[in-house]
Design a protein. Structure first.
Lengths: 313, 500
């Protein structure tokens, strides 16, 4: 039997989470534990998680998806245009398919045409947002009110649980996830071992797009319609949650779904805790930004310490 | 003491609990080649990195002649005219060849605070000329060079200071036959002008041939220093390992011996760049060796056979299931294992765990129902490679970066052997590994052959090709120049004659 070293990059975000929890429960007292506040936390956590699950497939292989926010708005808008009169299930399926379609285009650009992922998805960020405005003519589109049912706790919770299970399964326990992480470790090696890296990269973007499509549906269900401004800087919030949770910036085998859940939770607790403490939104963003810097720096430092310990010769 | 150029005294260096150097002392005479040898992990590279200013010593003294020498960085080592070519690649990919050669020493090319590139390039060209080095365009980026070209650039850097002491760590393994000859000429030139060379290589024959004196390290300590006249290959092995190694490295039989069943056929293949019209057959239980100079295309043939390099003409057929590996199909070859040439760049994810590296090569085999890959299975194959192929590691979860080169190679090879592949493509399988691991790999190859596995062996080391192959194809100018069958009379000289 060998003793494993404690894994600092898991411990750090988790420790942070516990500290935040204690700090805010002291600062805000009982109001922190009120049902309303817990709902607020979970409400803001769910889209971050779902967006993060998709993003993780891309980040794990060392790429990035800047277009998530615009894709969210695009899937929602096109979904609403196509299926405004239909039931919520139809909208759900259509939005996921549109999101996946956009992801496919991103994937082809990156894997086939070798456009760097940040360039390709940055262009998509602008293109998709302008398509949203053209499609919606700049105004809010209302959809069948039955969609609001999806915002109820039961159905929202169910969607979240299913999405989490699917994400964990795909990312942690299938060839797709394993290959995505390995590409992040070393793409050349993956080629030389016979993996179809181009195909895997494309699929990763498709998965990312599909999860963004799902996030789009949840956003529609909260407001009952589609606002052309929805999803602004969604990708940045998702990335913050992903990296605060301890996923390495260059991806690789240390990427995991659990880290995203912790990151999203950290982010949401911080936000609600600060709001309860009467902090204004600028202060909230300031502190979130600082937290990201501190966390990434600490994790880097922790990793360095552990590699020095294990290296020989 | 007059004829001593450089000496180290009681050098110590520890990494955590590992004592990489333990009171190592050594003297290098003027005008001589001093060999340094030991198994992987014996502390050679540690000693060299302290001498060349890349690592700080824990304690000990160094002297150039009688003057104490305390390098604080590689640049101060260069200023003291100690030039080093390190084992790991030491170039900045994003800089030009010339900038790499004068890295940290660019001030002399400054005119009004701007680097005068013309003068820089001229200086590089004049160094090439002076030492008769193969010319590598000083303007291009180092990242676009091959491993061999990078080594030549590093050598140019080491020579650019007119070194008193030139240190070569495992350089010959990366060089082709013709470049080696140039290097040996340079060594002779240095010796003639009373300069010294410290050389590290795993190739014992070469070491005995080149050195005047040899220091042997084992487990971080010096075993002894001996004049080369008092050493033989077998006594050297014994001193390195500390016990007797069986004499038979290579195959004992001297005739070719394999079944007539063809398992793989290359039919007039060309990649439009590195090789043309290559036709050969691989039979069941046959070891086919490919050799040639660095630009002969042998490594690229290996890539094409495995399907990672597209063909522009010809086809490759796997007899089993009559599968064709098509012209532009980059598909993974069915039933083949492939050990590429550059272990740490092409074969292994160095910062990832042993088990993940093993699993990477067999993801389809590990799949259960619904594509489920269980972590227990991944751990299982990792453990099995460690156990079956005697990998020295704490467990299957440690990063490959913490393993020595020989152990990494065992993982690299073991992950294919575990899958009982019928065909193995082994490109330079013993590159940069010590005698112990080398003998082990040869032994495995001999056993595989007996079991009917077919092996395509690509190697720059001729004794290895001759010692193991049933059939040898010698490449010249991207083509097969001549085919030899295994026989008593097949010698290195005969092959070299064809290669040149």
């Amino acid at each position: 039997m060998t003793k494993r070293k404690i894994n600092l990059e898991y411990v750090l975000p988790f420790g942070f989470l516990i500290i935040l929890f204690i700090v805010f429960s002291i600062l805000n007292g009982a109001s922190f534990f009120r049902m309303y506040n817990i709902r607020t936390i979970v409400d803001s956590m769910i889209p971050l998680c779902i967006g993060g699950y998709g993003m993780l497939f891309v980040i794990a292989q060392g790429s990035i998806d800047m277009s998530a926010g615009s894709n969210l708005a695009f899937s929602a808008t096109l979904g609403a245009v196509l299926a405004a009169k239909h039931g919520s299930l139809v909208i759900l399926v259509i939005c996921i398919l549109i999101g996946a379609g956009v992801g496919f285009i991103n994937g082809i650009l990156v894997s086939k045409f070798k456009v760097s992922s940040i360039m390709a998805t940055l262009a998509q960020l602008i293109i998709l947002r302008s398509l949203v405005v053209i499609l919606s003519k700049g105004s809010v589109i209302f959809v069948s009110p039955s969609i609001l049912k999806m915002n109820r706790w039961g159905s929202k919770g169910l969607i979240f649980v299913i999405a989490t299970i699917v994400a964990i399964y795909l990312f942690e326990y299938t060839k797709l996830g394993f290959s995505a992480r390995s590409i992040g470790e070393n793409e050349i090696v993956c080629n030389y071992v016979g993996l179809k890296t181009r195909r895997i990269k494309t699929i990763a973007y498709v998965v990312a797009g599909a999860f963004t499509g799902l996030a789009a549906v949840l956003t529609i269900s909260r407001i009952g319609g589609v606002d052309p401004n929805m999803g602004q800087s969604f990708e940045l919030q998702v990335m913050l949650a992903v990296f605060v949770g301890g996923v390495p910036v260059n991806g690789g085998s240390k990427s995991s779904i659990v880290k995203i859940i912790i990151g999203a939770l950290l982010f949401s607790i911080l936000q609600s805790g600060l709001v309860l403490s009467n902090a204004n939104s600028e202060t909230v963003e300031l502190i979130q930004g600082l937290m990201l810097i501190i966390m990434v720096a600490l994790i880097l430092k922790a990793n360095k310490m552990s590699t020095v310990k294990t290296s020989k010769e | 003491m007059k004829n001593i150029l450089f000496r180290v005294k009681d050098m110590n260096k520890s990494f955590g609990i590992t004592r990489a150097n333990h009171n190592v002392s050594m003297e290098i005479r003027k005008g001589e080649v001093h060999g340094l040898i030991g198994e992987n992990g014996s502390g050679k590279s540690t000693l060299i990195s302290m001498i060349s200013g890349m690592a700080e010593k824990d304690s000990g003294e160094m002297f150039i002649g009688d003057t104490p020498y305390e390098p604080s960085s590689p640049v101060t080592a260069l200023e003291s005219r100690i030039g080093t070519v390190v084992q790991e690649l030491g170039l900045v990919d994003g800089l030009s060849v010339a900038a790499n050669i004068f890295l940290g020493r660019m001030d002399r090319f400054k005119k009004l605070n701007i680097i005068d590139n013309g003068a820089l390039y001229n200086e590089v060209e004049s160094i090439y000329k002076k030492w008769n080095l193969p010319r590598i365009n000083p303007r291009i980026l180092a990242g676009s060079l091959t491993v061999e070209q990078k080594k030549i650039v590093e050598l140019t850097r080491a020579l650019s200071i007119d070194p008193e002491l030139l240190i070569l760590d495992e350089i010959t393994a990366a060089l082709s036959y013709n470049t080696r000859k140039i290097l040996f000429d340079i060594m002779d030139k240095l010796k003639a002008s009373n300069k010294s060379i410290l050389i590290v290589t795993h190739d014992l024959e070469e070491l005995l041939h080149l050195s005047d004196e040899i220091t042997i390290l084992r487990d971080g300590k010096k075993v002894t220093t001996k004049r080369v006249e008092d050493l033989t290959e077998s006594s050297l092995k014994q001193l390195m390992v500390g016990r007797d190694i069986e004499g038979d490295y290579y195959r004992a039989d001297s005739t070719d011996d394999f079944s007539s069943e063809v398992v793989l056929k290359l039919n007039n293949i060309s990649d439009g760049e590195n090789f043309t019209d290559v036709t050969l057959e691989l039979h069941k239980g046959e070891i086919v060796g490919l050799c040639g100079l660095s630009d002969a295309g042998i490594h690229e043939v290996a890539e094409a056979v495995f399907g990672v390099r597209p063909l522009v003409a010809g086809d490759i057929t796997l007899t089993k299931g009559n599968r064709k590996i098509h012209t532009d199909s980059m598909a993974m070859a069915y039933g083949m294992g492939y050990v590429p040439k550059d272990r740490d760049r092409q074969a292994l994810m160095v910062s990832d765990s042993i088990e993940n590296n093993v699993a990477l090569s067999m993801l389809d085999e590990l799949k259960g129902p619904f594509g489920f890959i269980s972590p227990a299975k991944i751990t299982g194959v990792g453990k099995k490679v460690i156990k079956d192929y005697k990998v020295v590691a704490i467990d299957e979860k440690v990063a490959l970066a913490s393993l020595s080169g020989g152990n990494r190679q065992k993982v690299n090879l073991g992950r294919w052997l575990l899958q009982h592949k019928d065909i193995l493509i082994l490109d330079s399988p013993t590159r940069g590994v010590d005698v112990g691991v080398k003998a082990y790999i040869y032994d495995i190859m001999k056993q595989l052959k007996k079991k009917g596995v077919s092996i395509l062996l690509i190697s720059d080391e001729l004794p290895e090709v001759i010692g193991l192959s049933d059939t040898v194809y010698v490449f010249k100018n991207s083509k097969i120049e001549k085919k030899f069958r295994r026989s008593e009379g097949l010698t290195e000289e005969k092959i070299i004659e064809v290669m040149l």
